[in-house]
Design a binder for this molecule. Sequence first.
Ligand SMILES: NC(=O)C1=CN([C@@H]2O[C@H](COP(=O)(O)OP(=O)(O)OC[C@H]3O[C@@H](n4cnc5c(N)ncnc54)[C@H](O)[C@@H]3O)[C@@H](O)[C@H]2O)C=CC1
Ligand SMILES: O=C(O)C(=O)COP(=O)(O)O
Length: 588
Amino acid sequence: MPIHDSANATNGHHARPKVLVPEKLSPDGLALLRKTLDVDERKGLSAEDLLGIISDYDALIVRSETKVTAALLAAGKKLKVVARAGVGVDNVDVGAATKLGIIVVNSPSGNIGAAAEHTIALLLATARNVPEACASLEAGKWERSKLVGVEVKGKTLGVIGFGKVGISVARLAIGLGMHVQALDPYASPAVASSHNVSLVSSLPDLLAVSDFLTIHTPLIASTKGMISTKELQGMKKGARILNVARGGMINEAALLDALNSGHLAGAGIDVWSTEPPEQDSAATKLIAHPKVVATPHLGASTVEAQENVSIDVCEQVLSILRGDLPRSAVNAPLILPEEYKKLQPFVRLVEKMGSLYTQHYSKPRAHHSSTSTPPHQDTRTTFDLIYEGSLATLTNTTPLFAALIKGLTSAITSHAGTAVNIVNADLIARDRGLVINEQHSRTPTTHTYSSLVTLIARPPHPSPSSPSTTTPPDQIITGYCSDAQIFISRLDRFATSFVPAGHLLICHNYDEPGKIGVVGGLLGREGVNINSMAVAPVSGAGAGAGGEGEEKRGEALMILGVDREVSEEVVGRLVREEGIWDVSVVGL
Ligand SMILES: NC(=O)C1=CN([C@@H]2O[C@H](COP(=O)(O)OP(=O)(O)OC[C@H]3O[C@@H](n4cnc5c(N)ncnc54)[C@H](O)[C@@H]3O)[C@@H](O)[C@H]2O)C=CC1
Ligand SMILES: O=C(O)C(=O)COP(=O)(O)O
């Protein structure tokens, strides 16, 4: 199995791999690295400094302060791993890392106890005015009646995000005698009830019942700005709000207004939309506000949590640079980084092949003789995914399998917000009843390219009770990669070569003069620009090998790359043209 050059670092022939640590990390983990790697602790680097030196490093270990941008990742020519010594990876451009084949790992549970305890610290501090009382006493005052607080016992804590930290906070709050209700569309009601927590189904419902509200979601598009003026107005008068998750989820200006108007009685905030907060911003006004208990992103800052996350991510960095698999990969497949890089274009190709299959074959298609052909796909259709050439020698094709599931399903389902990935592909395939047989063909490929992938969809044989006795034909899509570019080389019995990307129009027509003009003219009149065109005659290899059943002489496919989605009405007019059998619209 191929491993990294850096794996040979200890044999004396290669320089030791280098790890850059631009933030404060506990020495416990770093000591593990120093045995075999060169570790540079360089605190206080500017973004430009980082960009200037990153190309020297094989691994980068960060906390929440370093912005790991697409530009930084692209400049890290030797980078194999970015490790986040903590939970949130919102400061890492994970998409860019995935594209570059750089693995991102984190420490998903090393600091959750610390974050939960800090939340409870802020809960009690806001309830009992602890910082204000301390400041008053330091100022020589004795203000007992002004600083009367409230008890948390018997009060309702609303938890947004019932994940690892949210559950720990709920457990601690229940220990304090609180009632806990939670909002989390992805949480299991059984897990919630086993913690004596009731799940609510909407944010307004949670806001209306909460005496204290605490947020424990990741910072993602759906949570950014989730608490603003309307939501704060929807809370009980005199309620208090806590945020130890991420700044940016509460609108800071709206929170300031709610505190100034007296609608909210207090806030405990650890995280800020910009860290450190900018001068004269709403955040700095919140920090100075007497009703706010503010901390500088200290949720994970305990000795114990820092030891945990440091050891956790350093062990993973060692694994990856040794050529082994990490424990907590955020983006990465369970496959070696070098193999992953090699597979990247094929991953894109197979995903497009799956999506092309779903859109071209399983959707009703506009047809010359009637309004549409019925969809070919039957839920009992099985798929063969055949690897030829050098791909056939790979032992781990999990990313290709996952890419196929993603392609087959993404055009028709959202999986309730769950992206198909290496970890969940198998589960999603089983849930949807998709049967996929991966085959490694040892026959040497006659194609110019060293690797081919073929997808064959095999419809089931008709049941004895079915009115039709003929088995529908198999549907075949073949593709290949040339450098990093991906191509489709066969669609059923048609030999072709086109890039599966953007809006495509696939016309099945008589192979006779004038057809291109007819289609081009009609699209031109509709203002649709044709960017690319491939004409696909019946292939020698493909003729008679499955396909759509009836043998049509002089037939061809025309695959047009167009600049926008073509409307059903235009497609309807196309198929009414003489000599055009059917047309499908595909978006890849
Ligand atoms: N202040 C600090 O130092 C620390 C902050 N954190 C932050 O705490 C947050 C929670 O961390 P974990 O519990 O480990 O994450 P987690 O992934 O275990 O839990 C997050 C939960 O949020 C839920 N969720 C996602 N979108 C939602 C939405 N729109 N509405 C309601 N729920 C939603 C998810 O289903 C999941 O159950 C993260 O943002 C993390 O970065 C974590 C540790 C320390
Ligand atoms: O783990 C997290 O998500 C945190 O927010 C901790 O951040 P830090 O490592 O303390 O900069």
